[in-house]
Design a protein around this ligand. Structure first.
Ligand SMILES: C[S@@+](CC[C@H](N)C(=O)[O-])C[C@H]1O[C@@H](n2cnc3c(N)ncnc32)[C@H](O)[C@@H]1O
Length: 249
């Protein structure tokens, strides 16, 4: 059965709709965002890409970090800004614009980057560009903390056979859905960009090793209690997260 209102479904689950049709925003923590927010404070700032309403940037700020908080949407960042304690405002910079093309930052100037549930809106070429740009911005030894959704989540279930067949055939991007409208079971396609690129654990890890990073931690993330039940996988493989380090040499 096709559900007619994904908006109501997500809001009932406690997620907020983005204001620019780039999916939903959740302020729940997983192992990736927790590690990002709790890392030791260094002399260099942290960068969050696609921060939504900024809950992770604000957690990092409250832990003493200096944070550059980026999102495509100026409206999202205005909402984030309203939630920053006044005495911390001098440690956070809001940068609206599309990463990397519209974002001008100095190379080797960022301690770590958080990018949660954003990379799955880019095809292989777009992800190459994003990861290369992140690598240039990071200091040697700096880390990327990233999450994306998997091909196992419930609302794209009818894509699964195509994904399995492509995986078996050695397709370079088995989770790239050419036309997600064909597989949409919750009327969500009009709330996300045209490109939807889902990753299993191995293919997500490979992105980082292919771009010169060393993967320190990688695991599936169970979104039970965060996403609506209609979006959950059968086995807790809802999202996948990676923490990867830029080599020092
Ligand atoms: C699915 S939401 C995720 C928000 C938040 N990171 C989270 O995990 O809840 C995707 C966010 O990424 C932003 N975004 C998409 N493409 C972007 C880009 N190229 N540069 C910066 N932000 C981008 C959108 O505006 C949106 O706020």
């Amino acid at each position: 059965m096709m559900i007619s209102d994904s908006h109501a479904l997500f809001e009932a689950a406690g997620c907020a709709m983005t204001l620019n049709n780039t999916g939903v925003i959740t302020d729940s923590k997983d192992f990736v965002s927790t590690a990002f927010c709790n890392q030791p404070v260094s002399a260099f700032p942290l960068l969050e890409i696609g921060a939504g309403f900024g809950s992770n940037s604000i957690s990092a700020l409250k832990n003493g970090h200096t944070v550059i908080c980026n999102d495509l949407s100026k409206e999202h960042l205005e909402i984030a800004g309203r939630n920053v304690p006044a005495e911390m405002l001098q440690r956070i910079t809001f940068l609206d614009g599309s990463f990397p093309d519209e974002i001008d930052l100095t190379e080797n100037s960022i301690a770590s980057i958080l990018c949660c549930r954003v990379l799955h809106f880019f095809n292989g070429q777009g992800i190459d560009k994003m990861l290369n740009a992140m690598s240039r911005l990071l200091i040697p030894g700096g880390r990327i903390y990233a999450t994306v959704e998997t091909p196992f989540i419930g609302n794209w279930k009818s894509f699964r056979p195509e994904y399995e067949a492509r995986l078996a055939a050695g397709h370079p991007y088995p989770g790239l859905i050419e036309n997600h409208r064909m597989h949409d079971s919750i009327a969500f396609s009009n709330k996300i960009p045209d490109v939807l690129h889902l990753f299993d654990l191995d293919s997500f890890k490979k992105l980082f090793t292919d771009h010169g990073f060393m993967v320190e931690q990688a695991a599936y993330i169970n979104r039970q209690g965060v996403f609506p039940v209609e979006c959950l996988s059968d086995d807790g493989r809802d999202s996948v997260g990676v923490i990867a380090v830029k080599p020092t040499n």
